[in-house]
Design a protein around this ligand. Structure first.
Ligand code: ADP
Length: 485
């Protein structure tokens, strides 16, 4: 505290010295008295300004006081070592002020500094200051601010042992802790706690500081963790993206290779057998469909991701959607050795949804159920409703999903990259797309899965959200992605 008051007075006085130095360096010589007058008017605690060169010495305003001239003489005699020191400081860019302990009859304090012109000159500028005015006009507010409500900090005149600034009721002798004011020789600042003892205050402040240090450390630790996690996430995303590119290329390459191989064979006219030829045509058409499915999925995904997908909301019966999907996929799945069952719920309320988007979500789930089934090729499609809302479930008895992957598989590009999934083709977009579609329908997707036993994905449409969609439905046929917009 005492240090900060001293520091403050140094700052103020140094800034005055700088001002005076500039005024004297750049002011016109014939107007020097005006310049000094202005300076003195501006800084009331300063009573005189002296300019000492050794040969000619000057004091402003001129004073009849003998003691002032004796003061100047003493400064001239004492100045050598101090002048050299001040010059060294100035050379290093520090405009230092130096108090001269030269006794004066009048209660003045003299502070000297050197001007910028160092070229051999022995000039010294001095500020002669009334210390008590300086304390009252300049330091008082700062002292009150530093003392706060816990301390009393008076300024003490050391010679008279009297209090210059501070509560009148106090005695200077009460203050055991004193520090001299750097620039006001003979003046001290005392310190005494209000109400509490110094020990108690130190204890309190120490605890406050410990708490602060603890909080700061905590903030740093949390910051480091957050940065670390962000970096890890960014690295993971880079990895996922590169996996995605290779997965998609892989998915595209297979149908393209088959199409080009069979079409070339047909083009060369090497296939004589009609049945064989038909089979090749069928393969080409199937692979072309597969290709367009992949491309459509990518396009749909990028549109949904960018929030540009337009939905056509209408009243939809989930049994209608699932019935159609079932009919379309039944043949294909059964051909591949699956048992595919559709268990239709009764009296299901209609929901407000986009028919095509809903079908796309269900197809994605069925696709996955087939992709991630091994020996037990059983897939079930369920519809129903309960107090939570209307639901569609796709169940399989496939490889299941480990718990640690269960939340992450809905992230884009995310694929389990070890174990049985590794060999299955995919781009890691299907579930992310389904999740987007469900969010845009104000619904959600739930997963129940046991690793090695199978999985169930449930699309849930809470009926209370139908109201929001209803408003949207009333406002027009085509809608942006967000039903709230
Ligand atoms: P993709 O199937 O193209 O990899 P998805 O987003 O559809 O992408 O699925 C992400 C991941 O979730 C898959 O890689 C797989 O690990 C897992 N997964 C999805 N559906 C199933 C399922 N029915 N059974 C087991 N794992 C599944």
């Amino acid at each position: 505290m005492l240090f900060s008051i001293n520091q403050y007075s140094e700052d103020v006085l140094t800034s005055w010295a700088v001002k005076l130095r500039i005024a004297l360096s750049y002011g016109r010589t014939d107007e020097i008295n005006n310049t000094l007058n202005d300076f003195l008017k501006d800084k009331p605690p300063v009573k005189y300004i002296s300019i000492i060169s050794g040969t000619s010495n000057y004091i402003y305003p001129p004073s009849p006081s003998d003691s002032l001239y004796r003061h100047l003489d003493s400064v001239i005699q004492l100045r050598r070592p101090k002048l050299d020191r001040l010059k060294v400081f100035l050379k290093q860019g520090y405009a230092k002020l130096e108090p001269f302990y030269v006794p004066l009859d009048t209660p003045l304090v003299s502070l000297y500094f050197v001007p910028d012109t160092l070229n051999g000159s022995n000039l010294l500028y001095g500020i002669l200051l009334q210390p008590e005015n300086f304390v009252r006009d300049i330091l008082k507010n700062k002292i009150q601010q530093v003392a706060g409500k816990d301390f009393t900090i008076p300024v003490i005149n050391g010679v008279k042992d009297s209090i210059v600034a501070g509560p009148d009721s106090l005695l200077a002798s009460q203050f055991s802790i004193r520090k001299e004011l750097w620039f006001l020789p003979g003046y001290y600042i005392g310190i005494s706690p209000k109400g509490k003892s110094i020990d108690e205050l130190v204890y309190e402040r120490a605890w406050r500081s410990y708490a602060l240090i603890f909080i700061l450390n905590l903030v740093i630790v949390v910051g480091v963790i957050v940065v670390f996690r962000n970096i890890r996430k960014a690295l993971e995303l880079v990895q996922l993206k590169s996996d995605f590119v290779s997965n998609v290329s892989h998915e595209l390459r297979t149908p393209l290779a088959l199409i080009s191989m069979f079409s070339e064979t047909l083009e060369l006219g090497r296939v004589r057998n009609d049945n064989r030829r038909n089979e090749y045509y069928k393969i080409i058409s199937q692979e072309a469909q597969r290709l367009s499915k992949i491309v459509n999925r990518l396009l749909n995904f990028s549109q949904t991701e960018a929030g540009k997908r337009k939905y056509h909301f209408e009243f939809v019966d989930v049994n209608d959607v699932c019935g159609k999907v079932y009919e379309t996929y039944k043949f294909h799945l059964e051909n591949n050795g699956f048992s595919f069952k559709y268990l239709e719920g009764k009296d299901i309320p209609v929901i407000i949804a986009d028919y095509e988007a809903l079908a796309e979500a269900v197809i994605n789930l069925i696709d996955n159920a087939a992709k991630y089934s091994r020996d037990k090729k059983n897939i079930e499609l369920h519809t129903g409703h309960n107090e939570s809302g209307v639901y569609i479930e796709v169940r399989d008895q496939g490889i299941g999903i480990k718990e640690k992957h269960q939340t992450r598989i809905f992230e884009k590009f995310y694929r389990e990259n070890t174990g049985p999934v590794h060999n299955t083709k995919g781009a890691g977009l299907g579930l992310s797309l389904v999740k987007h579609i469900m969010e845009d329908h104000k619904g959600k997707i739930e997963l129940f899965s046991t690793y090695g036993r199978g999985s169930m994905f449930r699309l849930l449409f809470p009926l209370k959200n139908n109201q929001k969609l209803q408003q949207l439905l009333n406002s027009g046929p085509e809608h942006d992605k967000d039903p709230d917009s």
